[in-house]
Write a protein that binds this ligand. Structure first.
Ligand SMILES: Cc1ncc(C[n+]2csc(CCOP(=O)(O)OP(=O)(O)O)c2C)c(N)n1
Ligand code: SF4
Ligand code: SF4
Ligand code: SF4
Length: 1809
């Protein structure tokens, strides 16, 4: 080496450690094998990007960069390349490095030269940590690699070169490591090694030798043989000489390097700054060397020196020991790793051994751990280490020790002294606090480069810290600059050292959140970006600041004499159309205030940087940024210096952090403690100070986390400051917004009216009458958690346009009311169980058990996980692969997985690693299976024992019955097992607490069952992860799990089409043409079709789903869970890394939709269960492609960027993507049309179609299609083609109506096409249509009617009247569907599907009791009514006829005592439900006649049948519970037919006409049928299961809650058959009741919202429909008589004859007389004048009341009567509304609109029957 280093031209550059290493590795290698892992990924990314730019290495080629499926793969590939004589390298860290281990042994064993570059990182143990320490590198120290450690960014660059030279010289492979993050991510200004210098250093002869040694058929040799005991050892030992030479080779390489570069290094370095002889030596390696050096330098310690270790392997003991001065008596060895249970950590052991082997005795060696997981290591800690070593008595030295934490449990930690200001005054130190997405970090990275590059001698350093949240969390940038002195300070800026401290988010200084000012030095500059700066008046501005910023902060600013500047950067940015992007502004402020560069130069540099950065984003954005910059520079007004008033010095510290106050309010004791001790300090960046004991006290040992902590954070992660605002009048309660919300921040609540009044802000706690039968009487509220909403806009996008019921509004308006209303709503009872969760709407009433995660705003992964928890959350186990879903799903201390507040149950979630997740899940599953089998064994044993000797004890016998039932249903995939367990648990506890019975074996068995109680529920095993896991690293395991049919597990793959968590590198899910990291040149290969691969197994349930199609997603989740065997759902997940333009993930919903509609993402399901039923298992859910794939590609940066960079390549790849998409679609189409030998659906004669918003119409259509032998599967209307699928065909349509009469979204395009079409349909086109809707809506069934009208207009023949499925009907829409289907089958000339009835026999046995006392029956019935139905037994006070006794209609006034509190608490407008009973005489007669086997006194033991347990006589059962005299259903007859003894009986029972005929003739009852077909004699349990239970009947209450009784107005129902008049069951009972009789009844919330006494009201009622109006009227009379102000009240009442049916005549007349000023009575009696029938509606139309009170005033309309009333009444309203000018057309059309609005705005309420 002859040339001097000064001969080379060198360049300096501001770079980080990763870049520095990559820069050398790229140029000195042929190939690189890569896989992403933090913090080493940027090395791979850099080399890939350079290769994409065709940059050349030293050998004149581009580096060949190959990404593998895992690090194990990269290691294998590296090995192969080396064997083939390539110069090859790789980059990795942590778990990645562990996966290299087997190959490291191979590579070292074969003496293959290579350098593996590692950014050293912690290993996942009790938790994952992406941060730096030496745990990974220390674990590979035995593999046989030489190991070099770099201490700084410059060294990382230099050691990369030295290692490369040394490996080639020695043939020993090298591992070169730097400290993860601390060095890999620190930006520093370094001097680069030029190509010329590298060329001089590289031993080309050795490269040649390496190449010559390669495996080649030209000179073949064999590698990797198997050897026996005789030779293996000798061959292993034969490489010793190579290792012995390494030390010398490294020394030489370093010397050569020094000669060429001027930078001198040694394997071990000595440092001492005292003047005498040191007695203490500190031994360390990595970045800590610089810290120790700085501390020693600052302290000028006479006692302590340091020996720094660069060459860790091979360890040269002699060289090392020689550096220890003879004066040293004590050594402290610092290790950045922990080996639990060892004698000491690796470096410590090496030091001790060296002293021993080199004969240096008498030195005390203490070992200490520091900096684990990037814990900051500072000079102050070094000081503590020295102090420890200088303790007088050697026995007092803490060994082993830790430094940097407070260990108050094992007391290993050293106490810390005051911070040392080791950085000289020459350097400027700056701290910036930013918000995740505000661009602060990016801007700072730019700034550091500008400053560093500005002048040759300027030195810079920057280090960045981030919140664990994926975005919108905090960021802290630490930056140092110096005019000439090197900045070797690998630690954060310390307290009181900052020259410039900036807070870019005002919420950080609000309510004492972060202590930012602590960094500021005296007289330093503090900049705050705040809205206060926009307050014009200086005095008011100061007041605003005082109101906003916590006083502790203001006091500190005053005491530090700070220069305090403010600016409203947010306002400025918005003004320039760049909302939220404050980076340019804040950077400019920094240059203005810090004077690190002359301002003019700084601005020029900033402008050129803006041009560079924003050129990709378009001219417009670039110009806006430049204009903005000019404003900040030129407008002195925008940046204001605050004149700090003296009073701030006296401000009190008293203010408690908002979060602390918030934490104190947490109800749950455990959670409060956790948040106090840990959650809150961590959130306020004070986690470093938490002592170990706090973790133990909170039971966090072993990485355990308590559930549901994310909800306590309330971090307001919303840069847009906008949240959705609900417009209830437009809301259809579809819950689509709730489904899509990635953050679970918008939720529907089912509330009672009473609860609404208790809301903290009832005026803003808006509600709607809840739709759907199951929610009758309840209210629907939609609430947003204002402090958890991220403002992502997804809910607004998802809200159907009919018009939209959500829009974004300013958050300020809701910060108090919204927050408090939300808190209130969260405390409301859980009511999800009231609604079936199998529909989209129903699923969203279930409380999500995954909420407020740290995912990016609008993340496409989270909604899927949220849905999983809503469906299966309380019985769900999750194995989650490392990836975004573990970071947003499990970042300590925020746990978004939570529990149901009533049961305390929720998802059990765990993460093992990235690579092993499928296996991890399989382990969970098999353990569950095994443990459950054990439980089943115990239970079977126990039940068997009980059969042999039946229990004498009542509790025990109940328990046995339940266990029996559990055994039967234990494999049912539902919550039933859990519910059964809930019944069992108290019995178990009581039985176990009783003194052990005589049989201790039995109690042992019981005890064993109890100890396995966790296995009672049927658990649902989920294995979840991203595409990187499923397609790449975990594919082997995933494949293995799916390959076995017995593995009943479900896999969810959230496919973002890249490794999102590590910053967006390609996976095999990335499509061709995408330019993502590791594929910057554009991915060449098409996306792997994972779903299709798994379909080939044929037993795997496979689905490909996308978010916007909520119904399909939901269906897939259900089917996957229900499938007996493995499943996989591949879910398209829009991700921030895809770069959706222009709105990013604010467009998440449309992004998903576009992907599907362009065919880019296919929707399908492959369900093996269908194969079993002989059907095509493959269903293509996305059929019709409406958008162009290229249009989709044009929306995303991942595709567009390539086009900008390399249009030719992009064009070719885009063509390829389009071809791939079309090809895949064709293939899927073929599968749909004929998978294997399943029939082609075009054979189908009937086409079944649907338009469905919430999935109900789709479900009904699919059921119909399944039942109809001549049809294929059902399709959404938008997926079909009118000509192909409708024209000339027979179609059956199921259409729901949403919004205010809107078409569901999957039918809109179809409808538009239908409307546009002018060409008639072929004459043979026939159709049937079934509409679904809610009759309480004005536009009931509108969508179905629109389609019907249009089809008719185009000439199609309608085969039947439209069927009506009314959600508001008593039995929901099913009844209407049933009736319609009865007519459909004959019309289609298809025999109705033969339903094989499934008889659910009740769990009952004959009792051995001969007879029961009536009180005993009563006791059980009480259990039934009270326990099961929450009914009470009320006494009749009076039962009065309201008409003449001989009159043919029987109106009655019934009064009941309100003796029970349950009856007292009803509200105006409620109804009373009465449980009727059968006539006991008829029952006893029937039982006597029906069967000789049982009679009325027979006693049966019910085992949880009808919800009861215990013995009951058949008489009681048939009188009170079973509807023996009700009308038989078709279903009942079918069931009975299965018992028929003769074919003839069977035929009669199955004849559809039989029921009709018999009903017409005799009014046949269930009892009649049973008597007629006595030979079909079902066993009693079956019979009890076949007869439906008696249903209660509801009657509106006519009295007010103030009255002492409950009054009902009842018309006794009768009906006729040929045999005579018949009574309905309840009426028959009611008419016979006498005072003092009792009835079972319960309050049923009314369907109409009552008016307040002040509301103007118009009521229209006919017959007994007067009842609710009477209640409203009586309430108003009461109010008026109490002196309250009351509004006008008009009552229109109609009946047939005035003489006999003028109900409440005298009372009404009296009111009309007494209260004429506000009460207006109108009565109509239709039959009084046979020539002119006058109805209620005629009176309404001919009077002014409706106009006055409903049009001119904001009044309310109430309508109660039969179904004939509403329509004519609406016309009457129009008439009244335009009464003064009935002929004026414009008045008429205004009136029509006003009536419509009345209904649309919920001002009209009706109850019809
Ligand atoms: C063995 C190993 N290699 C690499 C990593 C680093 N790593 C963590 S998550 C991840 C990417 C996950 O991507 P994907 O599975 O697609 O999930 P996403 O983040 O997109 O949700 C990588 C590479 C790791 N944790 N372990
Ligand atoms: S804006 Fe986004 S986070 Fe907020 S409620 Fe809507 S979907 Fe949820
Ligand atoms: S209509 Fe809009 S606001 Fe109402 S539930 Fe549906 S999506 Fe939500
Ligand atoms: S998947 Fe994408 S959007 Fe979601 S948290 Fe990860 S990076 Fe953010």
């Amino acid at each position: 080496m002859t040339e001097g280093f000064s001969n080379y031209k060198t360049e300096t550059k501001c770079v980080d450690g990763n870049w520095a290493v990559a820069h050398v590795a790229y140029r000195t290698n042929d190939c690189a094998y890569i896989f992403p892992i933090t913090p080493s990924s940027p090395m791979g990314e850099e080399v890939d990007a350079w290769a994409a730019e065709h940059k050349k290495n030293l050998f004149g080629q581009e580096l060949k960069v190959v990404e593998l499926q895992s690090e194990a793969g990269a290691a294998g590939a590296l090995h192969g390349a080396l064997v083939l004589g390539a110069l090859a390298t790789t980059f990795t860290a942590s778990q990645g490095l562990l996966l290299y281990i087997p190959n490291l042994y191979k590579i070292a064993g074969e003496l293959l030269p290579t350098v593996i570059h590692v950014a050293s990182r912690a290993l996942a143990g009790e938790a994952l940590s992406i941060y730096g320490d030496h745990s990974d590198t220390m674990l590979v120290r035995g593999c046989g690699l030489a190991m070099l450690s770099s201490f700084s960014v410059q060294e990382a660059h230099d050691m990369a070169a030295i290692a490369q030279v040394a490996t080639l010289q020695s043939r020993v492979p090298f591992l070169h490591f730097m400290d993860g993050f601390r060095t890999s991510h620190e930006v520093n200004k370094i001097t680069l090694i030029s190509d010329e210098q590298l060329k001089v250093l590289l031993p080309y002869d050795k490269i040649e030798e390496h190449r010559r040694r390669s495996l080649s058929p030209m000179h073949p040799t064999q590698r990797g043989t198997a050897q026996g005991p005789d030779v293996f050892m000798q061959l292993v030992e034969s490489s010793n000489t190579y290792y012995q030479a390494v030390d010398g080779i490294i020394e030489k390489a370093m010397a050569d390097f020094a000669a060429v570069t001027g930078r001198t290094y040694h394997p071990y370095e000595y440092a001492y700054y005292g003047t005498t002889q040191p007695t203490v030596a500190i031994i360390t390696m990595g970045s800590s060397v610089r810290v120790v050096d700085r501390a020693l330098h600052y302290l000028k310690s006479e006692q302590a020196c340091m020996i720094a270790i660069r060459m860790f392997r091979p360890w040269a003991a002699k060289k090392f020991v020689a550096l220890i001065p003879p004066s040293v008596q004590r050594i402290a060895v610092l290790d950045r790793t922990r080996e639990g249970g060892s004698q000491g950590e690796p470096l410590y052991l090496d030091v001790c051994t060296s002293l021993q082997t080199q004969n240096r005795h008498g030195i005390f060696v203490a070992g200490g751990r520091y900096g684990l997981g990037s814990k900051d290591f500072t000079p102050r800690m070094v000081h503590s280490v020295i102090q420890n070593m200088l303790r007088k008595d050697v026995h007092d030295i803490q060994h082993p020790f830790t430094v940097g934490i407070t260990d108050d449990v094992t007391h290993l930690s050293l106490p810390l002294g005051r911070p040392l200001s080791t950085i000289g005054d020459e350097a400027t130190q700056c701290v910036f606090y930013g918000f995740g997405s505000d661009g602060t970090v990016g801007a700072n990275k730019e700034a550091i480069k500008m400053i560093g590059n500005y002048q040759e001698q300027t030195k810079v350093q920057a280090y960045f810290e981030y919140d664990a949240k994926k975005s919108s969390g905090w960021t802290v940038s630490h930056m140092r600059f110096s005019p000439g002195t090197e900045i070797d300070a690998p630690f954060r800026i310390e307290e009181g050292q900052g020259d410039y401290v900036a807070c870019h988010n005002e919420s950080y200084v609000q309510a004492n959140k972060f202590d930012i000012v602590k960094f500021l030095k005296r007289r330093g500059t503090f900049f705050l970006n705040t809205t206060c700066a926009s307050v014009a008046d200086p005095k008011e501005r100061l007041e605003a600041l005082e109101a906003l910023v916590c006083h502790k902060t203001l006091r500190k600013l005053a005491l530090k004499n700070a220069k305090f500047y403010i600016m409203d950067a947010g306002r400025l940015a918005s003004k320039y159309g760049l909302p939220g992007r404050i980076n340019v502004i804040c950077m400019c402020v920094f240059f203005r205030l810090s004077s690190v560069l002359p301002l003019e130069d700084a601005i020029a540099l900033l402008k050129s940087s803006i041009r560079k950065t924003y050129s990709y984003k378009g001219e417009d954005i670039m110009q806006k940024n430049i204009d903005l910059l000019d404003t900040v520079v030129n407008d002195p007004e925008s940046l204001l210096l605050v004149d700090i008033p003296k009073r701030w010095r006296a401000f009190e510290d008293a203010e408690q952090a908002f979060s602390k106050r918030h934490v104190a309010l947490i109800d749950d004791e455990k959670a409060r403690q956790f948040m106090q001790d840990i959650g809150d300090p961590v959130a306020r960046l004070q986690g470093d100070a938490i002592p170990i004991s706090k973790f133990l006290q909170n039971n966090l040992l072993g990485g355990v986390m308590i559930p549901g902590t994310s909800k306590y954070e309330k971090r307001n992660p919303n840069p847009s400051k906008k949240v959705p605002v609900w417009e209830p009048n437009n809301c259809t309660q579809c819950n689509q917004c709730v489904f899509i919300c990635p953050h679970a921040a918008i939720r529907p609540f089912i509330v009672t009216r009473d609860e609404v009044t208790k809301a903290p802000h009832p005026e803003t706690f808006q509600t709607l009458k809840a739709t759907g039968v199951e929610l009758q009487g309840k209210r629907y509220a939609l609430q947003v958690s204002v402090l958890d909403c991220t403002g992502c806009n997804a809910c607004v996008e998802a809200c159907p346009e009919a018009p939209k019921a959500l829009k974004m509004g300013p958050i300020e308006d809701l910060l108090t009311t919204g927050v408090e209303n939300w808190d209130f709503a969260m405390k409301l009872p859980e009511r999800g169980h009231l609604v079936e969760k199998s529909s989209v709407r129903g699923s969203q009433f279930q409380t999500p058990l995954m909420e407020f995660s740290g995912a990016c705003s609008g993340c496409g992964e989270t909604p899927y996980f949220k849905l999983l928890t809503q469906l299966f959350g309380q019985r769900m186990l999750v194995a989650n692969a490392t990836g975004c879903s573990t970071i947003w799903g499990g970042s300590f201390p925020s746990n978004p997985y939570t529990v149901n507040k009533e049961t305390g149950r929720g998802p059990a979630w765990a993460n093992s690693l990235f690579e092993d997740n499928a296996e991890f899940g399989l382990g969970m599953f098999s353990a569950t299976q095994h443990r459950r089998a054990r439980l089943v064994g115990y239970v079977q044993d126990f039940v068997h024992q009980m059969e042999i000797s039946p229990p004498q004890n009542d509790l025990l016998s109940q328990l046995v019955a339940l266990l029996h039932e559990w055994l039967e249903i234990r494999d049912e995939k539902s919550d039933r097992c859990t519910l059964l367990f809930d019944h069992m648990a108290p019995l178990f506890k009581s039985v176990l607490s009783q003194s052990p019975g005589a049989d201790s074996k039995l109690s042992d068995l019981l005890q064993k069952i109890w100890s396995e109680r966790d296995m009672f529920p049927k658990l649902s095993q989920w294995i979840c992860g991203g595409d990187g896991w499923a397609y790449d690293i975990g594919f082997g395991g995933l494949d293995h799990v799916e390959a076995f049919e017995a593995n009943d597990v479900n896999v969810l793959v959230v496919d973002t089409e890249m490794y999102s968590n590590t910053g967006g590198q390609q996976s095999k899910a990335t499509p061709a043409g995408a330019a993502v990291k590791f594929a910057m040149g554009g991915k060449q290969q098409k996306k792997k079709s994972l779903g299709e691969m798994f379909m080939t197994y044929e037993h795997v349930y496979v689905a490909s789903v996308a978010l916007h199609n909520s119904a399909q997603v939901l269906q897939a989740f259900w089917e996957a869970d229900q499938h007996q065997g493995p499943s996989i759902i591949i879910a398209y997940a829009p991700c921030i890394q895809q770069g959706v333009r222009p709105a990013g993930l604010n467009d998440m919903y449309d992004e998903s939709k576009f992907a599907v509609e362009s065919g880019y993402w296919p929707l399908y399901r492959f369900n093996p269960e269908l194969t079993k039923q002989g059907q095509n298992p493959f269903v293509l859910d996305s059929k019709k492609l409406r958008k162009d794939v290229t249009a989709f590609l044009q929306r995303e940066s991942r595709f567009i960027n390539l086009r900008k960079r390399d249009p030719k390549v992009a064009d070719a790849l885009w063509e390829q993507v389009t071809a791939d998409v079309n090809h895949r679609m064709d293939h899927l189409q073929q599968l749909a049309e004929g998978y294997k030998n399943f029939s082609h659906p075009s054979d189908a004669k009937i086409k079944v179609l649907f338009a469905s918003e919430t999935g109900t119409a789709a479900r009904v259509a699919r059921d119909f299609a399944n039942a109809c032998p001549d049809s294929a599967t059902a399709s959404a209307l938008d997926d079909i083609d009118i000509d192909d699928d409708i024209n000339g065909k027979v179609v059956v349509l199921f259409v729901s109506t949403c919004g205010q009469g809107a078409m569901p979204r999957n039918g809109r395009n179809f409808y538009h096409e239908l409307c546009r079409r002018t060409e008639p349909l072929q004459a043979e086109t026939k159709f049937l249509i079934f509409g679904l809707g809610d009759s309480s809506y004005y536009f009931y069934l509108k969508a179905a009617r629109d389609i019907q009208d249009r089809l008719r207009a185009l000439g199609a023949t309608q085969l039947l009247d439209m069927g009506e499925g009314d959600d508001a009907a008593e039995d929901g829409m099913e009844a209407g569907l049933h009736d319609w289907l009865e007519l459909v089958w004959p019309k289609l000339e298809i025999p109705p599907p033969s339903e094989v009835p499934h008889i659910q026999a009740v769990n009952a046995t004959f009792s051995n009791r001969a007879i029961l006392r009536p009180e005993e029956d009563w006791h059980v019935l009480e259990q039934y009514y009270h326990g099961v139905h929450h009914a009470v037994n009320a006494t009749i006070i009076s039962n009065d006829l309201m008409c003449r006794p001989d009159y043919n209609r029987d109106f009655r006034r019934l009064r009941l005592a309100k003796a029970n509190t349950e009856l007292e608490n009803f509200q105006l407008g409620d109804a009373l439900e009465i449980f009727p009973q059968n006539d006991p005489t008829l029952v006893s007669q029937f039982l006597h006649d029906y069967s000789p086997d049982f009679g009325e006194n027979t006693v049966v033991q019910l085992h949880q049948a009808f919800g009861i347990h215990g013995e009951i006589s058949l008489a009681a059962l048939f009188t009170s519970i079973l509807d023996l005299f009700g009308k038989p259903t078709k279903h009942f007859l079918q069931e009975l037919a299965t018992f028929a003894k003769t074919e003839q009986d069977k035929a009669i029972l199955l004849d559809p006409m039989y029921l009709k005929k018999a009903a017409k003739q005799t009014g046949m009852t269930v009892a009649d049928v049973l008597m007629q077909f006595q030979t079909a004699n079902p066993a009693l349990p079956a019979l009890l299961g076949m007869i439906p239970p008696i249903k209660p009947r509801a009657y509106s209450i006519a009295s007010t809650p103030h009255a002492s009784h409950i009054e009902l107005l009842v018309l006794i129902d009768t009906w006729w058959c040929e045999a005579g008049m018949k009574y309905g069951l309840t009426c028959n009972m009611l008419r016979k009741l006498h005072p003092s009789n009792t009835v079972w009844c319960r309050i049923h919330p009314g369907s109409m919202e009552p008016p307040s006494p002040q509301d103007p009201v118009v009521c229209a009622g006919i017959g007994s429909g007067l009842a609710p109006h009477m209640a409203f009227l009586r309430d108003r009379v009461r109010a008026a008589e109490a002196g309250e102000q009351v509004g006008p009240f008009s009552l229109y009442f109609g009946n047939r004859y005035r003489s006999d049916e003028y109900l409440y005549e005298s009372e009404l007349a009296e009111y009309a007389r007494k209260h004429s000023e506000w009460f207006h009575l109108h009565v109509a009696f239709s039959r009084d004048d046979p020539h002119k029938k006058v109805y209620v509606q005629n009176l309404v139309g001919d009077t002014d009341d409706a106009r006055l009170y409903l049009r001119d005033q904001p009044g309310l309309l109430y309508v109660c009567g039969n179904r004939q009333l509403p329509k004519p009444l609406q016309q009457a309203l129009v008439k009244s509304f335009c009464r003064p000018n009935p002929e004026d057309e414009s008045e008429v059309s205004k009136a029509i609109k006003a009536v419509k609005d009345l209904y649309l705005h919920g001002k009209a309420q009706q109850e019809v029957w």
